[in-house]
Design a protein around this ligand. Sequence first.
Ligand SMILES: *Cc1c(COP(=O)(O)O)cnc(C)c1O
Length: 474
Amino acid sequence: MNGDGTTGPDRAADREGDRPARADGPAPGSGPDAGRVPRRDHAVRAAVERGLLGPDHPVVALLDVTGVRASVAALHAAFEAVTAPGTPVLHAFAVKATPLVPVLRLLHERGIGAEVASPGELALAAAAGIPPGRTVLDSPAKTPAELREALALGVAVNADNPQELDRIDALVRSTDTSSPIGIRVNPQVGAGSIGALSTATATSKFGVALRDEGARAWIVRAYADRPWLTRLHAHSGSQGMPLPLMARGVAETYALAEEINRRVGRHQVDTVDIGGGLPVDFGSDATAPTYEQYARLLARAAPGLFDGRYGLVTEFGRSLLAKHGTVLARVEYTKSAGGRAVAVTHAGVQVATRTVYAPESWPLRIAAYDAKGHPKPGPDVVQDVAGPACFAGDLLAEGRPLPLLEQGDHVAALDTGAYCFAHHYAYNSLVRPGVYGFTPAGDAVRFAVVREPQTLAEIVTESGGAHAHALTGL
Ligand SMILES: *Cc1c(COP(=O)(O)O)cnc(C)c1O
C-alpha cells in the first residue's frame, strides 16, 4: 500500500511512463520486484518529512535494503537450482558497481563475496569484513605490489595477460600463497549495444583473446607448465549484451576448461569464473532478465559446467544493486525555453554521469513528487529535467512527458543503485550527496546513513586547500 493512499503502484507505474507488464516477469508478491514502488514512494515521503533532503541538502540517494536482500536471495536460488548438490559457488559482487562499505557488508552478511579491480576496491572489501578467501582480484593493470599483496592475503587472482602471468610466476616461486589463480580469457563472442561496455569484442583490452592465432595453444601450455593455475575466467560484457551472447561466452570458456584438463591429463582447472554482466531493465520496475532465466540458459548452454565437476565464481554487479537505488532531488526553479518546460534540479552530471554524457545508452526513468514528497498526479507535459552543473548538456532527461514540475517539487532518478550516485563526478565542485539505506518499519520508514553528505570543508581539502600558497611561492 502506498503512503498517502492516493497513488497505488499501478498508478505510479503509469506516472513513470512504464511499459506494459511483462508476461515473463516474476510472480507479483514475490522476488526482488515485490513491493518496490510503494516502498520507494514511502521512503521518498519519509525522506522529505524527516529533512534528509533540505535547504542544505537538495539531493540525496536512497537504497532499498529490502530489495537488495531480495535480489541476493534470487541470485543464490537461481544457481542452487541449476548446480549439482555440493557444488562450491562463490557469488563475488563487482565492487565497482556500488563501492560503498555498508553495501558490501550487507551483501557479505547474505553470503556474497567481492570482485575487486583496484587497491581502493580491495580496501573497501576488507573494510566491510569480506575475507580474502571470498575476494577475487581482476584488474587489467595490476602492479607488482598489488599482486604481491593479493597473493600474500590469499585473494583469488585472475591474470589478464602473458606479461602479468610472468610476474605471477616470479611471485609464486618466492611466496607461499593460498590464492587460487586463473587466467582471464576473452571468448571474442562479439559486442553488445554499448561499445564501451562490450568486453568480448575481437579487440577488447581484457584478457587473452581466445580466437587469436596461437592463443589456445599458448593457454593450454600455460596451464600444463603451471599446476597451480586452477581457474579460468571470462566476463563477456555488461549492459547491452544479449543473453545468448553472454551464454556463448560462458560455454566457450567451459569448453576451454575441458580442453585444458584433457590436454594436461588431470582435473587441473577446478573452478570457472563466469564474470557478471547481467543487464538491467532501466525501462520499467521489473527485474528482467532474472537470475533464474540466466542460470537456466547457462545450464542449457553448458550443462557440464553445472554437473558438480567445477566450482563456480560469479561477479554480478549492476544486476544486484541498480534497481534498488533512487536519487532524489529538489526542483530549484522551473522555466520555459523555446516553448520547452525546463525543471532545474539538483541532480545532474555529478550523480548520473553516464546518463548525462551518453543519454542514448543510459536513459533513466524519472518520477515526479510534490513538495511534500507525494507522487505527483498528471497530466504529463513534455519537459526537460536539468541538473545543477554549468554546461548545457547537464540534463537527466530531455523531452520527457511528466506531470508538470513546479518550484519546490522533487524528482527521483530511478534504478540508480549501481554505477551512478556512488560514482560521483566532481564537476562544479558539487558535494557528494548523502546516501541512506531504508527499510519499512510498520507504518514508518527506518533510515540508516550509508555515506554522510560531503562538506564544503572536505571539498576545499580535496582541492588542495592545504597548499593554497604552493604555486605563488614556486
Ligand atoms: C564490471 C565487471 C563485472 C560486473 O559487471 P556488471 O555489469 O556490473 O554485472 C564483473 N566482472 C568484471 C571483470 C568486470 O569488469
